[in-house]
Design a protein around this ligand. Sequence first.
Ligand code: KG4
Ligand code: ZN
Length: 367
Amino acid sequence: MTSPQHVNGEYHLILGIETSCDETAAAVVARDALGHGRILSNVVRSQFDAHKIYGGVVPEIAARAHTECLDDIVRAALAEAGVTLSDLDAVAAASGPGLIGGLIVGAITGKALALAAGKSFLAINHLEAHALTVGLTDGIAPPYLMLLVSGGHTQLLWVEGVGRYHRLATTIDDALGEAFDKTAKLLDLPMPGGPAVERAAQAGDGKRFKLPRPMLGREDPHFSFAGLKTAVRHAAQGAAPLSSQDISDLCASFQAAVCDSVADRVAKAMRIVAERFPGGASRPFVVAGGVAANKALNAALTGVAERHGFRLYAPPIALCTDNAAMIAWAGAERLQIGLIDGLGAPVKPRWPLDPEAAPAQGAGVKA
Ligand code: KG4
Ligand code: ZN
């Protein structure tokens, strides 16, 4: 990793902490006066094995696992970056949305370090960190259109600036990564489900099973995946007992339905952006979140971007999935414009980026 002395001119050094779900992570990022970012260290420890036997993340186990290793992870991030606490300008911790136990562990650790070292504390919205990552990786500044597709979120956002977001769409039921994971589970594929479904789909025929394309053509750009997952279950029951070819065909058919549905929703959002925001049509289109790793989805998004005159940017996958470099970078961006939080900043398990957004029709609590 680059040492801080190699960052041109004046710079801010931020320690980031991420504990909102099942990754314990710490990172040190530098931001120079021109707004260029450098990752000096980026340490991520996945708790995947601790949750594997339960088939999903267990909040209590996650919180305990963060407690057990966060101090080592922070120490490793500082050591790898070649800096000490006193070199930092601020400490940034993901403070929501997410699992409350983990958020408390990360935020309290961040506050304690900031207090002990006499540094500023920044309470970061995890979704904002995903939304701003492309500034760190590709030097892309807002405004831009953003598709966030992870295990917990599926949103289309117009990113107007730091702290200024318009949520154009959300899922009215399952997140896209959740739909991949549930599909994998019902086909007895290993977790995490997304990569397993993608692997199986490579040998499959995406046209064999006629699955629904959720929300296709609907006026608003919202998403829905619960019905598609149920359709996969019915198709699987109809074809049982399943051969490995059947499983591959089901996965390929599921993925094809996902790509058609998401591409349609994104196209709708692109039309809205072009109409509603001045210069909207010529701005970048950014995709992030774990599902962005899916090659079929990436190809579908590249196609829709080309057809509508947008250019697709996808940060490297290690920075698309949960990490602390994105938390540190969001901290650096906020510090730059003076958005500093006090040590009393609360953690917020629910923390929408755009609190003004109208609820999606038919949406449950995740919207
Ligand atoms: O962003 P992420 O690492 O964690 C959060 O949910 O915040 O996303 C994880 C999700 C999981 O649901 C996983 O199955 C999905 O991303 N995923 C994929 C692929 N790789 C990861 N889904 C489809 N295709 C993939 N290649
Ligand atoms: Zn995330």
